[in-house]
Design a protein around this ligand. Structure first.
Ligand SMILES: N[C@@H](CCC(=O)N[C@@H](CS)C(=O)NCC(=O)O)C(=O)O
Ligand SMILES: [Fe+2]
Length: 360
Protein backbone atom coordinates (compact mmCIF):
# COMPACT_ATOMS: atom_id res chain seq x y z
CA UNK A 1 0.00 0.00 0.00
CA UNK A 2 1.04 3.56 -0.78
CA UNK A 3 2.98 4.94 2.23
CA UNK A 4 1.92 8.45 1.25
CA UNK A 5 -1.72 7.65 1.82
CA UNK A 6 -3.75 6.76 4.90
CA UNK A 7 -6.56 4.54 3.66
CA UNK A 8 -9.22 2.72 5.69
CA UNK A 9 -12.22 0.66 4.56
CA UNK A 10 -15.06 0.70 7.12
CA UNK A 11 -18.12 -1.56 7.04
CA UNK A 12 -21.74 -1.10 8.08
CA UNK A 13 -23.13 -4.63 8.59
CA UNK A 14 -26.80 -3.57 8.53
CA UNK A 15 -26.69 -2.21 4.97
CA UNK A 16 -23.51 -4.05 3.82
CA UNK A 17 -22.07 -0.62 2.94
CA UNK A 18 -18.46 0.48 2.83
CA UNK A 19 -17.21 3.89 3.92
CA UNK A 20 -13.69 5.00 2.99
CA UNK A 21 -11.38 7.28 4.91
CA UNK A 22 -8.49 8.79 2.93
CA UNK A 23 -5.85 10.95 4.56
CA UNK A 24 -2.63 12.70 3.59
CA UNK A 25 -0.05 11.59 6.20
CA UNK A 26 1.89 14.88 6.04
CA UNK A 27 -0.79 17.58 6.27
CA UNK A 28 -3.23 15.17 8.07
CA UNK A 29 -6.06 16.46 5.82
CA UNK A 30 -8.67 13.81 5.06
CA UNK A 31 -11.84 12.97 3.12
CA UNK A 32 -14.58 10.48 3.97
CA UNK A 33 -16.48 8.75 1.17
CA UNK A 34 -20.03 7.42 1.72
CA UNK A 35 -20.46 7.75 5.52
CA UNK A 36 -23.41 5.85 7.03
CA UNK A 37 -25.45 7.71 9.65
CA UNK A 38 -25.43 4.91 12.25
CA UNK A 39 -21.61 4.73 12.02
CA UNK A 40 -20.82 8.45 12.28
CA UNK A 41 -19.56 8.21 15.89
CA UNK A 42 -17.30 5.28 15.01
CA UNK A 43 -15.91 6.99 11.90
CA UNK A 44 -15.20 10.27 13.71
CA UNK A 45 -13.46 8.35 16.52
CA UNK A 46 -11.09 6.88 13.93
CA UNK A 47 -10.48 10.32 12.42
CA UNK A 48 -9.57 11.50 15.94
CA UNK A 49 -7.37 8.47 16.75
CA UNK A 50 -5.40 8.94 13.53
CA UNK A 51 -4.97 12.67 14.16
CA UNK A 52 -6.70 13.63 10.90
CA UNK A 53 -8.58 16.79 10.01
CA UNK A 54 -11.66 15.93 7.97
CA UNK A 55 -12.23 18.48 5.19
CA UNK A 56 -15.25 17.00 3.45
CA UNK A 57 -17.54 14.04 2.99
CA UNK A 58 -18.29 12.82 -0.53
CA UNK A 59 -21.26 10.64 -1.42
CA UNK A 60 -20.94 8.51 -4.56
CA UNK A 61 -24.71 8.85 -5.12
CA UNK A 62 -28.12 9.17 -3.45
CA UNK A 63 -28.20 5.87 -1.56
CA UNK A 64 -31.44 3.89 -1.41
CA UNK A 65 -30.67 1.54 1.45
CA UNK A 66 -29.19 3.70 4.24
CA UNK A 67 -29.05 7.36 5.25
CA UNK A 68 -25.82 9.24 4.59
CA UNK A 69 -23.89 10.63 7.57
CA UNK A 70 -22.82 13.71 5.53
CA UNK A 71 -25.03 16.36 7.17
CA UNK A 72 -24.53 14.94 10.68
CA UNK A 73 -20.74 15.09 10.26
CA UNK A 74 -20.99 18.63 8.92
CA UNK A 75 -22.96 19.67 12.01
CA UNK A 76 -20.38 18.05 14.33
CA UNK A 77 -17.14 19.06 12.57
CA UNK A 78 -18.02 21.77 10.04
CA UNK A 79 -16.92 19.59 7.09
CA UNK A 80 -18.08 20.33 3.53
CA UNK A 81 -20.74 18.09 1.99
CA UNK A 82 -19.97 17.12 -1.63
CA UNK A 83 -22.11 15.17 -4.10
CA UNK A 84 -22.60 15.24 -7.87
CA UNK A 85 -24.66 17.97 -9.47
CA UNK A 86 -26.74 15.45 -11.41
CA UNK A 87 -27.71 13.63 -8.19
CA UNK A 88 -30.43 16.25 -7.66
CA UNK A 89 -29.50 16.42 -3.94
CA UNK A 90 -30.07 19.67 -2.08
CA UNK A 91 -28.17 21.23 0.79
CA UNK A 92 -24.62 20.26 -0.26
CA UNK A 93 -21.75 22.75 0.01
CA UNK A 94 -20.50 22.00 -3.51
CA UNK A 95 -21.87 20.04 -6.45
CA UNK A 96 -19.33 18.01 -8.40
CA UNK A 97 -19.16 17.53 -12.14
CA UNK A 98 -17.07 14.97 -14.07
CA UNK A 99 -13.34 15.74 -14.01
CA UNK A 100 -13.52 17.91 -10.90
CA UNK A 101 -10.63 17.51 -8.44
CA UNK A 102 -11.09 17.40 -4.65
CA UNK A 103 -7.74 17.93 -2.86
CA UNK A 104 -6.73 16.73 0.61
CA UNK A 105 -3.22 17.90 1.50
CA UNK A 106 -0.83 16.82 -1.26
CA UNK A 107 -3.30 14.19 -2.49
CA UNK A 108 -6.60 14.44 -4.35
CA UNK A 109 -9.58 12.59 -5.72
CA UNK A 110 -10.97 13.15 -9.20
CA UNK A 111 -14.71 12.76 -9.69
CA UNK A 112 -15.65 10.63 -12.72
CA UNK A 113 -19.27 10.71 -13.89
CA UNK A 114 -20.39 7.05 -13.95
CA UNK A 115 -24.20 7.20 -14.26
CA UNK A 116 -26.44 4.15 -14.70
CA UNK A 117 -27.27 2.84 -11.20
CA UNK A 118 -28.57 6.41 -10.65
CA UNK A 119 -28.12 9.42 -12.97
CA UNK A 120 -25.86 11.14 -10.41
CA UNK A 121 -23.43 8.28 -9.64
CA UNK A 122 -19.76 9.18 -9.38
CA UNK A 123 -16.57 7.17 -9.08
CA UNK A 124 -13.81 8.84 -7.08
CA UNK A 125 -10.34 8.18 -8.51
CA UNK A 126 -7.14 8.75 -6.53
CA UNK A 127 -4.60 11.21 -8.02
CA UNK A 128 -2.16 8.58 -9.35
CA UNK A 129 -4.99 6.46 -10.74
CA UNK A 130 -4.02 3.47 -8.59
CA UNK A 131 -7.28 3.25 -6.63
CA UNK A 132 -10.91 4.19 -7.24
CA UNK A 133 -14.08 4.07 -5.21
CA UNK A 134 -16.76 2.99 -7.65
CA UNK A 135 -19.89 3.49 -5.53
CA UNK A 136 -22.66 1.23 -6.82
CA UNK A 137 -21.49 1.49 -10.43
CA UNK A 138 -19.17 -1.52 -10.39
CA UNK A 139 -19.22 -4.00 -7.47
CA UNK A 140 -16.91 -7.01 -6.98
CA UNK A 141 -18.01 -9.41 -9.78
CA UNK A 142 -21.35 -7.56 -9.84
CA UNK A 143 -22.76 -4.07 -10.36
CA UNK A 144 -25.44 -1.78 -9.00
CA UNK A 145 -29.02 -2.51 -9.97
CA UNK A 146 -30.77 -0.26 -12.49
CA UNK A 147 -34.45 -0.89 -11.73
CA UNK A 148 -35.19 2.19 -9.55
CA UNK A 149 -33.98 5.77 -8.96
CA UNK A 150 -34.02 6.41 -12.76
CA UNK A 151 -31.50 3.63 -13.27
CA UNK A 152 -30.46 2.89 -16.84
CA UNK A 153 -28.59 -0.28 -17.74
CA UNK A 154 -27.34 1.02 -21.13
CA UNK A 155 -25.86 4.03 -19.41
CA UNK A 156 -24.27 1.79 -16.75
CA UNK A 157 -22.70 -0.39 -19.44
CA UNK A 158 -21.09 2.68 -21.03
CA UNK A 159 -19.94 4.10 -17.69
CA UNK A 160 -18.17 0.86 -16.79
CA UNK A 161 -16.59 0.34 -20.21
CA UNK A 162 -15.63 3.94 -20.93
CA UNK A 163 -14.67 5.21 -17.49
CA UNK A 164 -13.69 2.26 -15.28
CA UNK A 165 -12.36 -0.28 -17.77
CA UNK A 166 -10.31 2.59 -19.26
CA UNK A 167 -8.15 2.59 -16.11
CA UNK A 168 -5.01 0.42 -15.76
CA UNK A 169 -5.54 -3.28 -15.09
CA UNK A 170 -3.96 -3.10 -11.63
CA UNK A 171 -5.99 -0.11 -10.43
CA UNK A 172 -7.71 -1.19 -7.21
CA UNK A 173 -11.50 -0.83 -7.15
CA UNK A 174 -13.36 -0.37 -3.87
CA UNK A 175 -17.17 -0.76 -4.04
CA UNK A 176 -19.88 0.95 -1.95
CA UNK A 177 -21.43 -2.44 -1.11
CA UNK A 178 -20.68 -6.10 -0.95
CA UNK A 179 -23.22 -8.65 0.16
CA UNK A 180 -20.74 -11.53 0.51
CA UNK A 181 -17.99 -9.80 2.47
CA UNK A 182 -15.67 -9.25 -0.51
CA UNK A 183 -13.65 -6.08 -0.08
CA UNK A 184 -11.72 -5.08 -3.19
CA UNK A 185 -11.08 -5.96 -6.82
CA UNK A 186 -9.06 -4.61 -9.75
CA UNK A 187 -9.90 -3.30 -13.20
CA UNK A 188 -8.17 -6.27 -14.86
CA UNK A 189 -10.11 -8.85 -12.85
CA UNK A 190 -13.47 -7.24 -13.54
CA UNK A 191 -12.67 -6.71 -17.21
CA UNK A 192 -12.03 -10.45 -17.48
CA UNK A 193 -14.33 -12.04 -14.94
CA UNK A 194 -17.29 -9.78 -14.19
CA UNK A 195 -20.26 -12.07 -14.95
CA UNK A 196 -22.39 -9.17 -16.22
CA UNK A 197 -19.88 -6.90 -17.93
CA UNK A 198 -16.61 -8.77 -18.42
CA UNK A 199 -15.06 -10.88 -21.18
CA UNK A 200 -16.90 -10.80 -24.48
CA UNK A 201 -20.30 -9.84 -23.01
CA UNK A 202 -22.14 -7.28 -25.12
CA UNK A 203 -24.35 -4.34 -24.22
CA UNK A 204 -27.48 -6.36 -24.99
CA UNK A 205 -26.19 -9.33 -22.92
CA UNK A 206 -25.86 -6.85 -20.06
CA UNK A 207 -29.25 -5.16 -20.43
CA UNK A 208 -30.99 -8.54 -20.62
CA UNK A 209 -29.15 -9.63 -17.46
CA UNK A 210 -30.22 -6.44 -15.67
CA UNK A 211 -33.84 -6.70 -16.86
CA UNK A 212 -34.04 -10.06 -15.12
CA UNK A 213 -32.35 -9.37 -11.78
CA UNK A 214 -35.64 -9.79 -9.90
CA UNK A 215 -34.42 -8.22 -6.62
CA UNK A 216 -36.75 -6.96 -3.90
CA UNK A 217 -36.46 -3.22 -3.24
CA UNK A 218 -34.17 -2.19 -0.36
CA UNK A 219 -36.03 -2.33 2.95
CA UNK A 220 -35.22 1.29 3.80
CA UNK A 221 -35.81 2.88 0.39
CA UNK A 222 -38.79 5.03 1.51
CA UNK A 223 -36.86 6.59 4.39
CA UNK A 224 -33.40 6.70 2.81
CA UNK A 225 -34.05 8.36 -0.55
CA UNK A 226 -35.92 11.45 0.78
CA UNK A 227 -33.37 11.87 3.60
CA UNK A 228 -30.44 11.53 1.19
CA UNK A 229 -31.95 14.09 -1.21
CA UNK A 230 -31.24 16.50 1.68
CA UNK A 231 -27.73 15.00 2.18
CA UNK A 232 -29.00 13.37 5.38
CA UNK A 233 -30.19 16.62 7.03
CA UNK A 234 -33.61 15.47 8.18
CA UNK A 235 -35.49 14.32 11.25
CA UNK A 236 -35.12 10.71 10.11
CA UNK A 237 -31.33 11.16 10.06
CA UNK A 238 -31.22 12.64 13.52
CA UNK A 239 -33.25 9.72 14.83
CA UNK A 240 -30.95 7.20 13.15
CA UNK A 241 -27.76 8.65 14.63
CA UNK A 242 -26.66 7.03 17.86
CA UNK A 243 -26.71 9.75 20.49
CA UNK A 244 -24.62 9.76 23.64
CA UNK A 245 -26.27 9.09 26.99
CA UNK A 246 -25.21 12.57 27.98
CA UNK A 247 -23.83 15.38 25.89
CA UNK A 248 -20.21 15.41 27.12
CA UNK A 249 -19.53 11.76 26.33
CA UNK A 250 -17.32 10.94 23.34
CA UNK A 251 -17.40 7.57 21.58
CA UNK A 252 -14.09 5.75 21.09
CA UNK A 253 -13.34 3.66 17.98
CA UNK A 254 -13.78 0.63 20.26
CA UNK A 255 -17.40 1.73 20.81
CA UNK A 256 -16.93 2.93 24.40
CA UNK A 257 -18.55 6.19 25.52
CA UNK A 258 -16.07 8.15 27.62
CA UNK A 259 -15.99 11.35 29.67
CA UNK A 260 -12.84 13.10 30.80
CA UNK A 261 -11.93 13.90 34.38
CA UNK A 262 -12.18 17.67 34.11
CA UNK A 263 -15.76 17.45 32.85
CA UNK A 264 -16.61 14.91 35.53
CA UNK A 265 -15.24 17.02 38.38
CA UNK A 266 -17.41 19.93 37.25
CA UNK A 267 -20.50 17.73 36.94
CA UNK A 268 -20.21 15.41 39.93
CA UNK A 269 -23.74 16.22 41.09
CA UNK A 270 -25.35 15.38 37.74
CA UNK A 271 -24.22 11.74 37.57
CA UNK A 272 -23.95 8.62 39.72
CA UNK A 273 -20.39 7.41 40.15
CA UNK A 274 -19.81 3.70 40.01
CA UNK A 275 -16.37 2.42 40.97
CA UNK A 276 -15.94 -1.15 39.67
CA UNK A 277 -12.54 -1.95 41.24
CA UNK A 278 -11.97 -4.28 44.21
CA UNK A 279 -12.35 -2.94 47.81
CA UNK A 280 -8.58 -2.90 48.46
CA UNK A 281 -8.05 -0.69 45.41
CA UNK A 282 -10.97 1.58 46.32
CA UNK A 283 -9.33 2.13 49.72
CA UNK A 284 -5.76 1.96 48.35
CA UNK A 285 -3.19 4.57 47.34
CA UNK A 286 -5.08 5.85 44.27
CA UNK A 287 -8.12 6.56 46.46
CA UNK A 288 -11.58 7.11 44.97
CA UNK A 289 -13.77 9.97 43.81
CA UNK A 290 -15.89 11.40 46.66
CA UNK A 291 -19.44 10.08 46.42
CA UNK A 292 -18.48 7.01 44.34
CA UNK A 293 -20.30 3.75 45.05
CA UNK A 294 -18.15 0.62 45.10
CA UNK A 295 -19.55 -2.22 43.00
CA UNK A 296 -16.77 -4.58 41.81
CA UNK A 297 -17.05 -5.60 38.15
CA UNK A 298 -17.90 -9.23 38.97
CA UNK A 299 -20.99 -8.16 40.94
CA UNK A 300 -22.24 -5.51 38.54
CA UNK A 301 -24.60 -7.51 36.31
CA UNK A 302 -26.60 -8.71 39.32
CA UNK A 303 -26.68 -5.30 41.00
CA UNK A 304 -27.62 -3.29 37.87
CA UNK A 305 -31.26 -3.08 38.99
CA UNK A 306 -30.29 -1.26 42.20
CA UNK A 307 -28.87 1.77 40.36
CA UNK A 308 -30.73 5.10 40.22
CA UNK A 309 -32.78 4.93 36.99
CA UNK A 310 -32.99 8.72 36.67
CA UNK A 311 -29.30 9.63 36.69
CA UNK A 312 -26.63 8.90 34.06
CA UNK A 313 -23.82 6.64 35.23
CA UNK A 314 -20.06 7.16 35.05
CA UNK A 315 -18.07 3.97 35.57
CA UNK A 316 -14.60 4.19 37.12
CA UNK A 317 -11.62 1.84 37.55
CA UNK A 318 -7.83 2.04 37.74
CA UNK A 319 -6.91 2.71 34.07
CA UNK A 320 -10.19 2.76 32.10
CA UNK A 321 -10.32 -0.91 31.06
CA UNK A 322 -12.72 -2.48 33.56
CA UNK A 323 -14.89 0.66 33.51
CA UNK A 324 -15.27 0.23 29.73
CA UNK A 325 -16.37 -3.36 30.31
CA UNK A 326 -18.78 -2.09 32.99
CA UNK A 327 -20.34 0.22 30.39
CA UNK A 328 -20.94 -2.77 28.11
CA UNK A 329 -22.47 -4.80 30.98
CA UNK A 330 -24.81 -1.92 31.89
CA UNK A 331 -25.79 -1.45 28.23
CA UNK A 332 -26.75 -5.12 28.21
CA UNK A 333 -28.85 -4.50 31.32
CA UNK A 334 -30.76 -1.82 29.35
CA UNK A 335 -28.88 1.32 30.47
CA UNK A 336 -27.81 3.51 27.56
CA UNK A 337 -26.87 6.54 29.67
CA UNK A 338 -23.48 5.21 30.73
CA UNK A 339 -19.97 6.51 30.10
CA UNK A 340 -16.59 5.35 31.33
CA UNK A 341 -14.06 7.68 32.97
CA UNK A 342 -11.25 7.92 30.40
CA UNK A 343 -7.90 6.86 31.87
CA UNK A 344 -9.47 5.86 35.22
CA UNK A 345 -8.10 6.84 38.66
CA UNK A 346 -4.53 6.90 37.30
CA UNK A 347 -5.31 9.83 35.00
CA UNK A 348 -7.65 11.37 37.58
CA UNK A 349 -4.80 11.43 40.11
CA UNK A 350 -2.17 12.72 37.69
CA UNK A 351 -4.54 15.57 36.78
CA UNK A 352 -4.66 16.43 40.50
CA UNK A 353 -8.46 16.14 40.74
CA UNK A 354 -10.27 15.80 44.07
CA UNK A 355 -9.67 12.35 45.60
CA UNK A 356 -10.71 10.70 48.85
CA UNK A 357 -8.33 8.27 50.55
CA UNK A 358 -9.05 5.83 53.36
CA UNK A 359 -8.33 7.41 56.73
CA UNK A 360 -8.03 10.88 55.21
N1 LIG B 1 -31.45 -6.36 0.58
C1 LIG B 1 -30.83 -5.08 0.44
C2 LIG B 1 -30.87 -4.69 -1.05
C3 LIG B 1 -29.87 -3.68 -1.31
C4 LIG B 1 -29.82 -3.22 -2.77
O1 LIG B 1 -30.75 -3.35 -3.58
N2 LIG B 1 -28.69 -2.62 -3.07
C5 LIG B 1 -28.48 -1.95 -4.32
C6 LIG B 1 -27.53 -0.80 -4.07
S1 LIG B 1 -28.36 0.59 -3.39
C7 LIG B 1 -27.87 -2.78 -5.41
O2 LIG B 1 -27.57 -2.27 -6.45
N3 LIG B 1 -27.65 -4.08 -5.20
C8 LIG B 1 -27.05 -4.89 -6.19
C9 LIG B 1 -27.20 -6.35 -5.91
O3 LIG B 1 -27.72 -6.69 -4.83
O4 LIG B 1 -26.77 -7.14 -6.76
C10 LIG B 1 -31.60 -4.05 1.28
O5 LIG B 1 -32.75 -4.27 1.62
O6 LIG B 1 -31.00 -3.01 1.62
FE1 LIG C 1 -27.07 2.53 -4.38
Amino acid sequence: MDQRLIFRQLFDPTSSSYTYLLGDPVSREALLVDPVIEQVRRDLALVRDLGLRLLATLDTHIHADHITGAAAIRSLLGTRVLISKTSGAEGADAYLTGGQIVPFGARSLTALATPGHTPGCMTYLLDERTLAMTGDCLLVRACGRTDFQEGNSRQLYHSVHEQIFALDDDCLLYPAHDYRGLTVTTVGEERRYNPRLGGALSESDFTTYMDNLGLAHPKLIKEAVPANRQCGASAASQAAMKLPGFAAAVCSFAGIWEVDGTWLEENLGAVQLLDVREPDEFNGPLGHIPGARLLPLGTLAQAAGTLDAGKPIVTICRAGGRSAQAMVILNRAGRNDVASLAGGMLRWNSAGLVTQRAGA
